[in-house]
Design a protein around this ligand. Structure first.
Ligand code: GLU
Length: 513
Protein backbone atom coordinates (compact mmCIF):
# COMPACT_ATOMS: atom_id res chain seq x y z
CA UNK A 1 0.00 0.00 0.00
CA UNK A 2 1.93 3.03 -1.17
CA UNK A 3 -0.78 5.59 -0.47
CA UNK A 4 -1.08 7.05 3.01
CA UNK A 5 -4.03 5.39 4.68
CA UNK A 6 -6.66 7.98 5.56
CA UNK A 7 -10.13 6.84 6.48
CA UNK A 8 -13.14 8.76 7.66
CA UNK A 9 -16.17 8.10 9.74
CA UNK A 10 -18.83 10.33 8.24
CA UNK A 11 -22.07 10.10 10.18
CA UNK A 12 -25.08 12.31 9.59
CA UNK A 13 -26.35 13.86 12.82
CA UNK A 14 -29.90 12.60 12.34
CA UNK A 15 -30.24 10.91 15.73
CA UNK A 16 -28.24 8.69 18.06
CA UNK A 17 -25.47 6.65 16.52
CA UNK A 18 -26.73 3.12 15.93
CA UNK A 19 -24.59 0.22 17.10
CA UNK A 20 -24.04 -0.71 13.42
CA UNK A 21 -22.58 2.76 12.91
CA UNK A 22 -20.32 2.17 15.87
CA UNK A 23 -19.03 -0.99 14.22
CA UNK A 24 -18.36 0.97 11.01
CA UNK A 25 -16.41 3.55 13.03
CA UNK A 26 -14.51 0.75 14.77
CA UNK A 27 -13.49 -1.01 11.55
CA UNK A 28 -12.33 2.31 10.11
CA UNK A 29 -10.29 2.90 13.25
CA UNK A 30 -8.78 -0.59 13.39
CA UNK A 31 -7.85 -0.41 9.71
CA UNK A 32 -6.31 3.05 10.08
CA UNK A 33 -4.27 2.13 13.15
CA UNK A 34 -3.19 -1.22 11.73
CA UNK A 35 -1.79 0.59 8.70
CA UNK A 36 -0.30 3.53 10.56
CA UNK A 37 -2.88 5.82 8.97
CA UNK A 38 -5.24 8.54 10.06
CA UNK A 39 -8.84 8.47 11.22
CA UNK A 40 -11.07 11.42 10.35
CA UNK A 41 -14.44 12.39 11.76
CA UNK A 42 -16.59 14.31 9.33
CA UNK A 43 -20.11 15.40 10.18
CA UNK A 44 -22.38 15.15 7.15
CA UNK A 45 -25.09 17.60 8.05
CA UNK A 46 -26.21 18.81 4.64
CA UNK A 47 -29.73 17.49 5.03
CA UNK A 48 -31.20 20.26 7.15
CA UNK A 49 -34.59 18.52 7.34
CA UNK A 50 -33.13 15.57 9.16
CA UNK A 51 -30.81 17.49 11.49
CA UNK A 52 -31.30 16.57 15.15
CA UNK A 53 -29.86 18.80 17.87
CA UNK A 54 -27.50 16.99 20.19
CA UNK A 55 -26.74 14.21 17.74
CA UNK A 56 -23.27 15.48 16.90
CA UNK A 57 -22.22 15.73 20.55
CA UNK A 58 -23.66 12.29 21.09
CA UNK A 59 -21.50 10.88 18.28
CA UNK A 60 -18.34 12.54 19.59
CA UNK A 61 -19.03 11.38 23.15
CA UNK A 62 -19.80 7.81 22.02
CA UNK A 63 -16.51 7.49 20.18
CA UNK A 64 -14.63 8.98 23.11
CA UNK A 65 -16.26 6.55 25.56
CA UNK A 66 -15.41 3.60 23.34
CA UNK A 67 -11.78 4.64 22.88
CA UNK A 68 -12.06 5.16 19.12
CA UNK A 69 -9.59 8.00 18.74
CA UNK A 70 -9.98 10.64 16.08
CA UNK A 71 -6.91 12.20 14.50
CA UNK A 72 -8.64 14.93 12.53
CA UNK A 73 -12.16 16.17 12.46
CA UNK A 74 -14.99 17.82 14.31
CA UNK A 75 -13.85 18.49 17.84
CA UNK A 76 -10.28 17.44 17.06
CA UNK A 77 -8.89 19.95 14.56
CA UNK A 78 -6.79 19.19 11.50
CA UNK A 79 -5.54 20.86 8.32
CA UNK A 80 -8.40 19.91 6.02
CA UNK A 81 -11.28 21.48 7.92
CA UNK A 82 -13.87 22.60 8.47
CA UNK A 83 -15.02 19.03 9.04
CA UNK A 84 -18.67 19.91 9.41
CA UNK A 85 -20.19 19.96 5.94
CA UNK A 86 -22.62 22.79 6.67
CA UNK A 87 -19.53 24.98 7.08
CA UNK A 88 -18.16 24.11 3.64
CA UNK A 89 -20.77 25.73 1.41
CA UNK A 90 -18.24 27.88 -0.51
CA UNK A 91 -16.19 24.85 -1.37
CA UNK A 92 -19.14 22.88 -2.71
CA UNK A 93 -20.47 25.81 -4.75
CA UNK A 94 -17.19 25.87 -6.63
CA UNK A 95 -17.41 22.18 -7.52
CA UNK A 96 -21.03 22.46 -8.56
CA UNK A 97 -20.01 25.22 -10.99
CA UNK A 98 -17.22 23.04 -12.30
CA UNK A 99 -19.67 20.30 -13.23
CA UNK A 100 -22.11 22.77 -14.77
CA UNK A 101 -19.34 24.40 -16.84
CA UNK A 102 -18.19 21.01 -18.07
CA UNK A 103 -21.76 20.10 -19.06
CA UNK A 104 -21.72 17.19 -16.60
CA UNK A 105 -24.61 18.66 -14.66
CA UNK A 106 -27.58 20.89 -15.38
CA UNK A 107 -30.02 23.15 -13.60
CA UNK A 108 -33.58 21.95 -13.08
CA UNK A 109 -36.61 24.01 -12.03
CA UNK A 110 -39.25 21.29 -11.81
CA UNK A 111 -41.47 21.88 -8.82
CA UNK A 112 -42.53 19.04 -6.51
CA UNK A 113 -45.97 19.18 -8.20
CA UNK A 114 -44.44 18.88 -11.65
CA UNK A 115 -42.35 15.93 -10.56
CA UNK A 116 -45.42 14.36 -9.01
CA UNK A 117 -47.34 14.81 -12.27
CA UNK A 118 -44.50 13.22 -14.25
CA UNK A 119 -44.52 10.24 -11.88
CA UNK A 120 -48.26 9.89 -12.24
CA UNK A 121 -48.09 10.08 -16.05
CA UNK A 122 -45.20 7.67 -16.58
CA UNK A 123 -45.00 4.36 -14.73
CA UNK A 124 -41.61 3.95 -13.02
CA UNK A 125 -40.72 7.50 -13.91
CA UNK A 126 -37.07 8.30 -13.37
CA UNK A 127 -35.36 11.64 -14.07
CA UNK A 128 -32.75 10.45 -16.56
CA UNK A 129 -31.66 10.46 -20.23
CA UNK A 130 -35.05 9.10 -21.31
CA UNK A 131 -37.08 11.82 -19.58
CA UNK A 132 -34.88 14.84 -18.92
CA UNK A 133 -35.62 16.43 -22.30
CA UNK A 134 -39.28 16.68 -21.43
CA UNK A 135 -38.68 18.43 -18.10
CA UNK A 136 -38.09 22.04 -17.09
CA UNK A 137 -34.33 22.39 -16.99
CA UNK A 138 -31.34 24.13 -18.53
CA UNK A 139 -31.13 21.48 -21.24
CA UNK A 140 -34.63 22.25 -22.49
CA UNK A 141 -34.88 25.97 -21.80
CA UNK A 142 -33.09 28.87 -23.47
CA UNK A 143 -30.11 30.17 -21.56
CA UNK A 144 -31.55 33.63 -21.03
CA UNK A 145 -34.73 32.16 -19.57
CA UNK A 146 -32.64 30.07 -17.15
CA UNK A 147 -30.73 33.17 -16.12
CA UNK A 148 -33.94 35.18 -15.74
CA UNK A 149 -35.45 32.57 -13.43
CA UNK A 150 -32.33 32.28 -11.29
CA UNK A 151 -31.99 36.03 -11.04
CA UNK A 152 -35.64 36.20 -10.07
CA UNK A 153 -34.96 33.90 -7.15
CA UNK A 154 -36.70 30.81 -8.54
CA UNK A 155 -35.70 27.72 -6.61
CA UNK A 156 -33.67 25.18 -8.55
CA UNK A 157 -31.58 22.08 -8.13
CA UNK A 158 -28.47 20.93 -9.95
CA UNK A 159 -28.71 17.42 -11.33
CA UNK A 160 -25.90 15.13 -12.41
CA UNK A 161 -26.15 14.23 -16.09
CA UNK A 162 -25.77 10.47 -16.23
CA UNK A 163 -24.70 9.18 -19.63
CA UNK A 164 -26.64 6.06 -20.58
CA UNK A 165 -25.01 2.97 -22.05
CA UNK A 166 -22.03 2.87 -19.71
CA UNK A 167 -20.84 0.01 -17.57
CA UNK A 168 -19.88 1.34 -14.16
CA UNK A 169 -17.48 -0.68 -12.09
CA UNK A 170 -17.21 -0.42 -8.33
CA UNK A 171 -14.16 -2.12 -6.95
CA UNK A 172 -14.94 -3.28 -3.44
CA UNK A 173 -12.20 -4.83 -1.31
CA UNK A 174 -14.70 -7.26 0.22
CA UNK A 175 -16.97 -7.97 -2.70
CA UNK A 176 -14.66 -7.70 -5.69
CA UNK A 177 -15.88 -5.89 -8.79
CA UNK A 178 -19.53 -4.91 -8.81
CA UNK A 179 -20.66 -3.82 -12.29
CA UNK A 180 -23.88 -2.03 -13.17
CA UNK A 181 -25.31 -0.30 -16.24
CA UNK A 182 -25.45 3.48 -15.99
CA UNK A 183 -28.97 3.37 -17.50
CA UNK A 184 -30.46 2.29 -14.19
CA UNK A 185 -29.15 5.41 -12.43
CA UNK A 186 -31.17 8.61 -12.24
CA UNK A 187 -29.88 12.15 -12.61
CA UNK A 188 -29.31 12.63 -8.91
CA UNK A 189 -29.73 16.01 -7.32
CA UNK A 190 -26.31 17.32 -6.28
CA UNK A 191 -27.24 20.76 -5.02
CA UNK A 192 -30.34 22.65 -3.86
CA UNK A 193 -30.53 26.41 -4.18
CA UNK A 194 -33.27 26.49 -1.54
CA UNK A 195 -30.78 25.99 1.29
CA UNK A 196 -27.61 26.58 -0.71
CA UNK A 197 -26.37 23.15 0.23
CA UNK A 198 -25.14 20.18 -1.73
CA UNK A 199 -26.72 16.77 -1.25
CA UNK A 200 -24.91 13.92 0.43
CA UNK A 201 -23.50 12.57 -2.86
CA UNK A 202 -21.67 15.69 -3.95
CA UNK A 203 -20.46 16.73 -0.53
CA UNK A 204 -19.26 13.22 0.25
CA UNK A 205 -17.20 12.88 -2.94
CA UNK A 206 -15.74 16.38 -2.83
CA UNK A 207 -14.71 15.95 0.79
CA UNK A 208 -13.26 12.49 0.35
CA UNK A 209 -11.17 13.93 -2.44
CA UNK A 210 -10.09 17.09 -0.64
CA UNK A 211 -9.41 15.20 2.58
CA UNK A 212 -7.35 12.64 0.63
CA UNK A 213 -9.36 9.71 1.87
CA UNK A 214 -7.75 6.46 0.74
CA UNK A 215 -10.43 3.98 1.83
CA UNK A 216 -14.17 4.46 2.12
CA UNK A 217 -15.32 1.95 4.71
CA UNK A 218 -19.04 2.12 5.32
CA UNK A 219 -22.22 0.10 5.68
CA UNK A 220 -23.64 -2.04 2.92
CA UNK A 221 -26.63 0.30 2.66
CA UNK A 222 -24.36 2.71 0.77
CA UNK A 223 -23.39 0.20 -1.92
CA UNK A 224 -26.21 1.36 -4.26
CA UNK A 225 -24.76 4.89 -4.17
CA UNK A 226 -21.26 3.73 -5.09
CA UNK A 227 -21.70 3.65 -8.92
CA UNK A 228 -22.88 7.24 -8.85
CA UNK A 229 -19.87 8.12 -6.72
CA UNK A 230 -17.53 6.45 -9.21
CA UNK A 231 -19.09 8.51 -12.01
CA UNK A 232 -18.67 11.69 -9.97
CA UNK A 233 -14.96 10.98 -9.42
CA UNK A 234 -14.70 10.49 -13.16
CA UNK A 235 -16.58 13.70 -13.96
CA UNK A 236 -14.20 15.67 -11.75
CA UNK A 237 -11.17 13.93 -13.25
CA UNK A 238 -10.19 12.36 -9.92
CA UNK A 239 -10.21 8.67 -10.85
CA UNK A 240 -6.50 8.29 -10.09
CA UNK A 241 -7.02 9.16 -6.45
CA UNK A 242 -10.41 7.51 -6.04
CA UNK A 243 -10.56 5.76 -2.65
CA UNK A 244 -10.90 2.00 -2.39
CA UNK A 245 -14.38 0.94 -1.26
CA UNK A 246 -15.33 -1.46 1.50
CA UNK A 247 -19.03 -2.00 2.08
CA UNK A 248 -19.50 -3.80 5.38
CA UNK A 249 -22.22 -6.42 5.75
CA UNK A 250 -25.29 -5.62 7.79
CA UNK A 251 -25.84 -6.43 11.42
CA UNK A 252 -28.80 -8.80 11.49
CA UNK A 253 -31.54 -9.54 14.00
CA UNK A 254 -30.41 -11.99 16.71
CA UNK A 255 -33.34 -14.20 15.73
CA UNK A 256 -35.01 -14.56 12.37
CA UNK A 257 -34.09 -12.67 9.25
CA UNK A 258 -33.43 -9.07 8.38
CA UNK A 259 -31.61 -6.03 9.56
CA UNK A 260 -31.15 -5.32 13.26
CA UNK A 261 -33.55 -2.62 14.37
CA UNK A 262 -34.27 -0.65 17.52
CA UNK A 263 -37.44 -2.68 17.87
CA UNK A 264 -35.39 -5.90 18.19
CA UNK A 265 -33.56 -4.31 21.08
CA UNK A 266 -36.81 -3.28 22.78
CA UNK A 267 -38.35 -6.69 22.14
CA UNK A 268 -35.39 -8.76 23.37
CA UNK A 269 -34.06 -6.34 25.96
CA UNK A 270 -30.72 -5.03 24.75
CA UNK A 271 -29.55 -1.54 23.76
CA UNK A 272 -28.89 -0.67 20.12
CA UNK A 273 -27.15 2.59 20.98
CA UNK A 274 -23.76 3.08 22.64
CA UNK A 275 -25.02 5.71 25.11
CA UNK A 276 -28.44 6.46 26.48
CA UNK A 277 -30.28 8.82 24.13
CA UNK A 278 -32.82 11.42 25.14
CA UNK A 279 -34.82 12.25 22.06
CA UNK A 280 -35.20 16.03 21.98
CA UNK A 281 -38.47 15.93 20.01
CA UNK A 282 -40.41 13.18 21.77
CA UNK A 283 -38.65 13.16 25.12
CA UNK A 284 -38.27 9.37 24.77
CA UNK A 285 -35.26 7.76 26.33
CA UNK A 286 -33.49 4.88 24.60
CA UNK A 287 -31.11 2.72 26.58
CA UNK A 288 -27.40 2.70 25.90
CA UNK A 289 -24.60 0.22 26.47
CA UNK A 290 -22.80 2.57 28.83
CA UNK A 291 -25.78 3.15 31.12
CA UNK A 292 -26.73 -0.54 30.97
CA UNK A 293 -23.45 -1.39 32.66
CA UNK A 294 -21.25 -2.44 29.77
CA UNK A 295 -17.57 -1.69 29.81
CA UNK A 296 -16.32 -0.02 26.64
CA UNK A 297 -13.68 -2.70 26.11
CA UNK A 298 -16.42 -5.38 26.16
CA UNK A 299 -18.52 -3.50 23.60
CA UNK A 300 -15.47 -3.04 21.36
CA UNK A 301 -14.43 -6.69 21.56
CA UNK A 302 -17.99 -7.88 20.93
CA UNK A 303 -18.56 -5.56 17.94
CA UNK A 304 -15.18 -6.32 16.38
CA UNK A 305 -16.17 -9.96 16.03
CA UNK A 306 -19.51 -9.20 14.37
CA UNK A 307 -18.32 -9.52 10.80
CA UNK A 308 -14.62 -10.14 11.32
CA UNK A 309 -12.43 -12.81 12.89
CA UNK A 310 -8.70 -12.87 13.50
CA UNK A 311 -8.24 -16.03 11.41
CA UNK A 312 -8.35 -18.36 14.39
CA UNK A 313 -10.77 -18.80 17.26
CA UNK A 314 -9.32 -16.15 19.58
CA UNK A 315 -12.19 -14.23 21.12
CA UNK A 316 -10.77 -12.04 23.84
CA UNK A 317 -8.83 -9.19 22.30
CA UNK A 318 -7.98 -5.76 23.62
CA UNK A 319 -8.11 -2.74 21.32
CA UNK A 320 -4.35 -3.05 20.75
CA UNK A 321 -4.67 -6.71 19.86
CA UNK A 322 -7.57 -5.97 17.51
CA UNK A 323 -5.48 -3.28 15.80
CA UNK A 324 -2.59 -5.70 15.49
CA UNK A 325 -4.69 -8.42 13.89
CA UNK A 326 -7.28 -6.50 11.88
CA UNK A 327 -7.49 -6.82 8.10
CA UNK A 328 -10.27 -7.14 5.57
CA UNK A 329 -9.05 -10.66 4.65
CA UNK A 330 -11.10 -12.12 7.45
CA UNK A 331 -14.14 -9.93 7.08
CA UNK A 332 -17.31 -11.69 6.19
CA UNK A 333 -19.39 -10.70 3.20
CA UNK A 334 -22.62 -11.89 4.71
CA UNK A 335 -24.52 -10.25 7.54
CA UNK A 336 -23.61 -10.96 11.15
CA UNK A 337 -26.34 -11.95 13.60
CA UNK A 338 -26.36 -9.62 16.56
CA UNK A 339 -25.78 -12.26 19.22
CA UNK A 340 -26.33 -9.91 22.16
CA UNK A 341 -25.97 -12.66 24.77
CA UNK A 342 -22.35 -12.89 23.72
CA UNK A 343 -22.03 -9.22 24.61
CA UNK A 344 -22.85 -10.15 28.21
CA UNK A 345 -20.22 -12.85 28.11
CA UNK A 346 -17.60 -10.31 27.05
CA UNK A 347 -18.75 -7.95 29.77
CA UNK A 348 -18.41 -10.72 32.34
CA UNK A 349 -14.89 -11.34 31.15
CA UNK A 350 -13.79 -7.71 31.25
CA UNK A 351 -15.34 -7.17 34.68
CA UNK A 352 -13.22 -10.02 36.07
CA UNK A 353 -10.14 -8.36 34.66
CA UNK A 354 -10.83 -5.13 36.58
CA UNK A 355 -8.99 -4.44 39.74
CA UNK A 356 -11.20 -4.99 42.83
CA UNK A 357 -10.74 -1.40 44.03
CA UNK A 358 -11.96 -0.08 40.67
CA UNK A 359 -14.93 -2.45 40.68
CA UNK A 360 -15.73 -1.34 44.24
CA UNK A 361 -15.81 2.27 43.08
CA UNK A 362 -18.21 1.31 40.29
CA UNK A 363 -20.37 -0.51 42.82
CA UNK A 364 -20.79 2.52 45.08
CA UNK A 365 -23.57 4.19 43.06
CA UNK A 366 -25.42 0.86 43.04
CA UNK A 367 -25.14 0.70 46.81
CA UNK A 368 -26.57 4.21 47.04
CA UNK A 369 -29.44 3.27 44.72
CA UNK A 370 -30.24 0.48 47.15
CA UNK A 371 -30.28 2.66 50.20
CA UNK A 372 -26.79 1.89 51.47
CA UNK A 373 -24.37 4.68 52.18
CA UNK A 374 -21.03 3.40 50.90
CA UNK A 375 -19.25 5.78 53.26
CA UNK A 376 -20.43 3.59 56.15
CA UNK A 377 -17.97 0.95 54.89
CA UNK A 378 -14.27 1.15 54.20
CA UNK A 379 -13.07 0.93 50.61
CA UNK A 380 -11.25 -2.22 51.57
CA UNK A 381 -14.45 -3.79 52.93
CA UNK A 382 -16.35 -3.03 49.71
CA UNK A 383 -13.49 -4.32 47.57
CA UNK A 384 -13.27 -7.57 49.52
CA UNK A 385 -17.04 -8.11 49.26
CA UNK A 386 -16.90 -7.47 45.54
CA UNK A 387 -13.93 -9.81 45.08
CA UNK A 388 -15.87 -12.68 46.66
CA UNK A 389 -18.84 -12.49 44.31
CA UNK A 390 -17.60 -10.94 41.07
CA UNK A 391 -17.24 -14.31 39.36
CA UNK A 392 -21.02 -14.54 39.29
CA UNK A 393 -21.82 -11.23 37.62
CA UNK A 394 -22.26 -9.93 34.06
CA UNK A 395 -22.91 -6.33 35.13
CA UNK A 396 -21.84 -4.14 38.01
CA UNK A 397 -25.46 -3.81 39.11
CA UNK A 398 -25.62 -7.61 39.56
CA UNK A 399 -23.21 -7.15 42.45
CA UNK A 400 -26.16 -6.04 44.56
CA UNK A 401 -27.97 -9.38 44.14
CA UNK A 402 -24.83 -11.22 45.06
CA UNK A 403 -23.40 -9.04 47.80
CA UNK A 404 -26.32 -7.14 49.39
CA UNK A 405 -26.01 -9.13 52.63
CA UNK A 406 -22.55 -7.70 53.24
CA UNK A 407 -24.20 -4.30 53.55
CA UNK A 408 -27.62 -5.03 55.02
CA UNK A 409 -28.46 -7.74 57.54
CA UNK A 410 -31.28 -9.99 56.32
CA UNK A 411 -34.77 -8.91 57.33
CA UNK A 412 -36.47 -11.89 55.73
CA UNK A 413 -35.41 -15.49 55.38
CA UNK A 414 -35.99 -17.80 52.43
CA UNK A 415 -39.09 -19.88 53.38
CA UNK A 416 -37.92 -22.95 51.42
CA UNK A 417 -34.62 -22.92 53.24
CA UNK A 418 -36.43 -22.58 56.58
CA UNK A 419 -38.52 -25.60 55.78
CA UNK A 420 -35.52 -27.65 54.82
CA UNK A 421 -32.90 -26.47 57.33
CA UNK A 422 -34.52 -24.87 60.37
CA UNK A 423 -36.11 -27.46 62.61
CA UNK A 424 -37.23 -27.31 66.25
CA UNK A 425 -33.72 -28.04 67.60
CA UNK A 426 -31.97 -25.52 65.35
CA UNK A 427 -32.25 -22.49 67.70
CA UNK A 428 -30.48 -24.38 70.46
CA UNK A 429 -27.70 -25.50 68.12
CA UNK A 430 -27.32 -21.93 66.78
CA UNK A 431 -27.05 -20.68 70.36
CA UNK A 432 -24.23 -23.16 70.92
CA UNK A 433 -22.67 -21.99 67.67
CA UNK A 434 -22.64 -18.43 69.01
CA UNK A 435 -20.70 -19.62 72.02
CA UNK A 436 -18.26 -21.48 69.77
CA UNK A 437 -17.74 -18.41 67.59
CA UNK A 438 -17.23 -16.19 70.60
CA UNK A 439 -14.61 -18.59 71.93
CA UNK A 440 -12.50 -18.61 68.74
CA UNK A 441 -9.14 -16.99 69.35
CA UNK A 442 -8.87 -16.03 65.68
CA UNK A 443 -11.93 -15.21 63.60
CA UNK A 444 -10.25 -15.35 60.19
CA UNK A 445 -11.64 -17.76 57.64
CA UNK A 446 -8.57 -20.00 57.71
CA UNK A 447 -8.49 -20.18 61.51
CA UNK A 448 -12.24 -20.40 62.20
CA UNK A 449 -13.31 -23.11 59.82
CA UNK A 450 -11.70 -26.22 61.31
CA UNK A 451 -12.71 -25.69 64.94
CA UNK A 452 -16.34 -25.11 63.95
CA UNK A 453 -16.44 -28.16 61.69
CA UNK A 454 -14.81 -30.20 64.48
CA UNK A 455 -17.47 -29.00 66.93
CA UNK A 456 -20.26 -30.11 64.54
CA UNK A 457 -18.65 -33.51 64.05
CA UNK A 458 -17.93 -34.02 67.75
CA UNK A 459 -21.60 -33.40 68.57
CA UNK A 460 -22.82 -35.67 65.83
CA UNK A 461 -24.80 -32.83 64.33
CA UNK A 462 -25.82 -32.97 60.70
CA UNK A 463 -23.09 -31.05 58.84
CA UNK A 464 -25.33 -29.82 56.00
CA UNK A 465 -28.15 -28.75 58.25
CA UNK A 466 -25.99 -26.83 60.70
CA UNK A 467 -23.93 -25.07 58.07
CA UNK A 468 -27.00 -24.17 56.03
CA UNK A 469 -28.89 -22.87 59.05
CA UNK A 470 -25.81 -20.80 59.88
CA UNK A 471 -25.79 -19.46 56.31
CA UNK A 472 -29.53 -18.80 56.34
CA UNK A 473 -29.15 -16.75 59.53
CA UNK A 474 -26.28 -14.68 58.19
CA UNK A 475 -27.22 -14.30 54.51
CA UNK A 476 -31.00 -14.75 54.55
CA UNK A 477 -30.88 -17.56 52.03
CA UNK A 478 -28.72 -20.57 51.26
CA UNK A 479 -26.43 -18.97 48.72
CA UNK A 480 -23.23 -17.00 48.55
CA UNK A 481 -19.49 -17.48 48.76
CA UNK A 482 -17.60 -19.66 51.22
CA UNK A 483 -19.24 -19.31 54.65
CA UNK A 484 -16.12 -18.55 56.66
CA UNK A 485 -14.97 -15.96 54.12
CA UNK A 486 -18.30 -14.24 54.65
CA UNK A 487 -18.02 -14.29 58.43
CA UNK A 488 -14.42 -13.11 58.36
CA UNK A 489 -15.45 -10.01 56.42
CA UNK A 490 -18.61 -9.36 58.46
CA UNK A 491 -16.62 -9.77 61.64
CA UNK A 492 -17.46 -11.58 64.85
CA UNK A 493 -19.91 -9.03 66.27
CA UNK A 494 -22.03 -8.75 63.16
CA UNK A 495 -22.04 -12.54 62.64
CA UNK A 496 -23.15 -13.19 66.18
CA UNK A 497 -25.80 -10.46 66.05
CA UNK A 498 -27.24 -11.94 62.87
CA UNK A 499 -27.34 -15.42 64.42
CA UNK A 500 -29.14 -14.08 67.48
CA UNK A 501 -31.65 -12.17 65.31
CA UNK A 502 -32.40 -15.32 63.32
CA UNK A 503 -32.87 -17.35 66.49
CA UNK A 504 -35.35 -14.76 67.72
CA UNK A 505 -37.19 -14.31 64.44
CA UNK A 506 -37.26 -17.59 62.52
CA UNK A 507 -40.09 -19.81 63.61
CA UNK A 508 -39.79 -23.29 62.24
CA UNK A 509 -42.69 -24.40 60.06
CA UNK A 510 -43.97 -20.90 59.85
CA UNK A 511 -43.90 -18.78 56.73
CA UNK A 512 -41.05 -16.33 56.47
CA UNK A 513 -41.41 -13.04 58.25
N1 GLU B 1 -23.36 10.38 5.95
C1 GLU B 1 -23.40 9.00 5.56
C2 GLU B 1 -23.93 8.24 6.78
O1 GLU B 1 -24.65 8.79 7.52
C3 GLU B 1 -22.02 8.56 5.16
C4 GLU B 1 -21.95 7.38 4.28
C5 GLU B 1 -20.53 7.20 3.83
O2 GLU B 1 -19.72 6.79 4.66
O3 GLU B 1 -20.24 7.51 2.66
O4 GLU B 1 -23.64 7.10 7.01
Amino acid sequence: MDREVRVRFAPSPTGPLHIGGVRTALYNYLFARHNGGKMLLRIEDTDSNRFVPGAEDYIVESLRWLGIEIDEGVGHGGNDGPYRQSERRDIYRQYVSQLLDADRAYIAFDTPEELEAARAATPNFQYDATTRMSMRNSLTMPADEVKRLIDGGEKYVVRFKIEPGRLVEVDDLLRGKVTIKSDILDDKVLYKSADDLPTYHLANIVDDHLMRVSHVIRGEEWLPSAPLHVLLYEAFGWTDTMPAFVHLPLLLKPDGKGKLSKRDGDRLGFPVFPLEWHDPASGNISSGYRESGYLPEAVINFLALLGWNPGDDTEIMSMDELIERFSFDHCSRSGAKFAYEKGKWFNHHYLQALDDARLAEMFKPVLRDNGVNPDDFSDDYIARAVAMVKGRINFVKDLWDQAAFFFKAPTTYDPKAIKKRWSADTPAIMTELIAQLNALPDFSSAAAEQPILDWITANNYHMGNVMNAFRLAVVGECKGPHMFDITELLGRDETVTRLQTAIDRIKPDEPAI
